[in-house]
Write a protein that binds this ligand. Structure first.
Ligand code: ABU
Length: 594
């Protein structure tokens, strides 16, 4: 590619078709590099050719992008000066003599602030490009003691005296270097992965605004955006327009906690003032494959984990409705008062969808609050091809839905939605006089902070709103469909292999694919305890080697009677079929001699 560029000062590439071509253009212009004379766009087709080359050949120096050869980046301060020299529009500042006190709001702090921010953008941009470059590693693993000791001068210790901006920029680079590239196309470890550029821009704006979501007074635009998003999500769930409320929460566990809190308040509103002593012995039901946050909510709210009854699942990980019903009946017979059922739409490990309509029928019969934990599966509501898997979700009393998972919104972004209007406010409000003054000159129903169990609340909505504007509902739909296509591709590949074994033989419902790798030593053993014990050690051993080498990352776990197995999940739009092939080859390479 270099030869084609008369001014080889910047190379920007769009690593997958979901990233708009204008992104590198914008970055090039923003950084003062210009377009098109000083920039080349490398399209999807070209990325494969590029990846065949050494990472240094894809360097883009004018934007300070230095894709360094793995392990050859000890010249830390030198790197920072290469960044600066490369961008003519950024003053060539010597950051070694500049300190945070010289930045805005300091008098004459404008140029230093601008240069510093440009430097930081360069570092972040280099990291993003590196994360999307398949020839770079997913992680550069170090043990705790290594990271605690100063690695190549990178120290976690906090100084008494201020450090200069040169050092801070190097610290920023090192922080990224020793972290995990969760946006890498070969990162399969977590339900949230990838990096959406518009979402990132939204997060930057949010931090720049640096406000708090508790009142309309200090977050007028964000509060209204939250209202718009929650209303849109409720309509996708299928609730009537005039019903419902919601709030964005710091993660799915807190959203689930809210569901239990509201359910308890719905049946026993006196608990808010009088406390636990007015309550009967409550019981909750959830499937044995559900997320542990349901049990945690019971612990936090004083219900007790012993009173969370785990309902059996079928082989596929779906709650068995008859088991739910008999669990309710048995609990009542023991003097417990069941009040809440959690059904999961997209379980954490298997990606299973509980039969929501059946669960709703049972909840109706027994007068119970039905919550749907769709933290992982909620995104499928955006897909015409897959949304039927959540049939019955409209019958839920409340829903958790994390756009930071399947929809690829940067962490974190979790919505708690409730059908009964007004209950969030009633349950949580305490009317703190210094914050929620009723005699303000605007509509104080928009001071939504009193609906939550928090006081201060981070703005999680802007990045989501901006992404929705950028993609439209259709953009989310195709992104989600592609992730599920990848899961099906992996499933089909595994089905035909003797050295891998799927946990269950049915097409994935979500993007989770669970499997064992069977090295020859295991394949040659007769079925039984000894073979299982041996198989239990395979995934952790492969994962350990995988992390040491850093080329890819996938999670493993045991579940009920199943010994350790791999769980592959797809939520990163950058992941392609070749990455799936790579993962399997890597598992075989690392595990065949076990
Ligand atoms: N809260 C569930 C996240 C689990 C995962 O990313 O694997």
């Amino acid at each position: 590619m270099k030869d084609e560029n008369p001014h080889p000062s910047v190379s920007c590439f769009t690593p997958n078709s979901s990233l708009p071509l204008t992104t590198p253009l914008f970055v090039a212009q923003h950084l003062g590099v210009g377009f098109p004379s000083n920039a080349i766009l490398i399209t999807m087709d070209a990325v494969q050719q590029i990846e065949a080359k050494a990472s240094t050949e894809v360097s883009a120096t004018a934007v300070g992008l230095i894709l360094r050869q793995e392990g050859k980046d000890s010249g830390r301060k030198e790197t920072a000066s290469v960044h600066r020299a490369s961008d003519p529009h950024v003053l060539n500042m010597d950051f070694s003599s500049i300190y945070s006190r010289d930045l805005l709001p300091a008098e004459d702090g404008v140029e230093a602030t601008k240069s510093f921010m440009h430097e930081l953008v360069d570092i972040l941009f280099a990291y993003i490009c590196k994360s999307l470059n398949r020839s770079s590693k997913v992680l550069d693993f170090h043990h705790v003691h290594q990271l605690k000791e100063s690695l190549d001068g990178f120290t976690l210790e906090l100084p008494d005296q201020p450090e200069n901006l040169e050092q801070l920029l190097v610290d920023c680079q090192d922080t990224l270097k020793y972290g995990v590239k969760t946006g890498h196309p070969r990162f399969f470890n977590q339900l949230s992965s990838g990096l959406d550029i518009i979402g990132l821009a939204g997060e930057w704006l949010t931090s720049t605004a640096n406000t708090n979501m508790f009142t309309y007074e200090v977050a007028p635009v964000f509060i209204l955006m939250e209202e718009v998003l929650l209303s849109k999500m409720r309509s996708m769930i299928g609730w009537p327009e005039e019903e419902g409320d919601g709030i964005f929460c710091p993660g799915g566990s807190v959203s689930n906690l809210n569901s239990v809190l509201l359910a308890r308040y719905h049946f026993f509103p006196e608990v808010k003032k009088a406390g636990m002593t007015v309550l009967p012995k409550l019981a909750m039901l959830t499937s044995s494959h559900s997320h542990y946050s349901i049990q945690k909510a019971a612990a936090v709210l004083g219900i007790g984990t012993d009173n969370v009854l785990l309902v059996k699942c079928d082989e596929r990980g779906k709650m068995i409705p008859a088991e739910l019903e008999s669990g309710i009946v048995t609990a009542k017979a023991k003097g417990l008062v069941p009040f809440y059922v959690n059904a999961t739409a997209g379980t954490t490990v298997y990606g299973a969808f509980d039969p929501l309509d059946d669960v709703a029928n049972i909840c109706d019969r027994h007068g119970l609050w039905m919550h749907v934990d769709a933290a992982w599966g909620g995104g499928l509501l955006m897909s015409k091809r897959h949304c039927a898997k959540l049939n019955g979700i409209d019958r839920a009393s409340s829903v958790t839905w994390n756009p930071h998972k399947m929809m690829g919104v940067p962490l974190q972004c979790s919505a708690f939605l409730v059908r009964k209007k007004g209950i969030l406010q009633e349950c949580n409000q305490l009317r703190a006089a210094y914050l929620f003054q009723p005699d303000k000159h605007y509509d104080v129903s928009y001071d939504t902070g009193d609906k939550t169990i928090q006081c201060g609340r981070h703005v999680d909505v802007f990045k989501f709103w901006l992404m929705w504007k950028a993609k439209g509902s259709e953009g989310f739909e195709s992104q989600i469909n592609r992730c599920l296509d990848n899961a099906e591709y992996l499933y089909d590949k595994l089905e035909g292999r003797a050295d891998f074994k799927l946990l269950f033989k049915s097409k994935p419902e979500h993007s989770n694919v669970c499997f064992w790798y069977l090295p020859q030593s295991v394949r040659s053993m007769p079925a039984g305890l000894e073979r299982n014990n041996k198989l239990h050690t395979v995934a952790p051993k492969i994962k350990a080697k995988m992390m040491e080498e850093g080329q890819t990352m996938i999670g493993y776990q045991p579940l009920e009677d199943k010994v350790n197995f791999f769980r592959c999940v797809f939520s990163n739009p950058a992941t392609q079929r070749e990455d799936v092939d790579f993962l399997l080859d890597e598992i075989v390479r690392l595990g065949s001699d076990l």
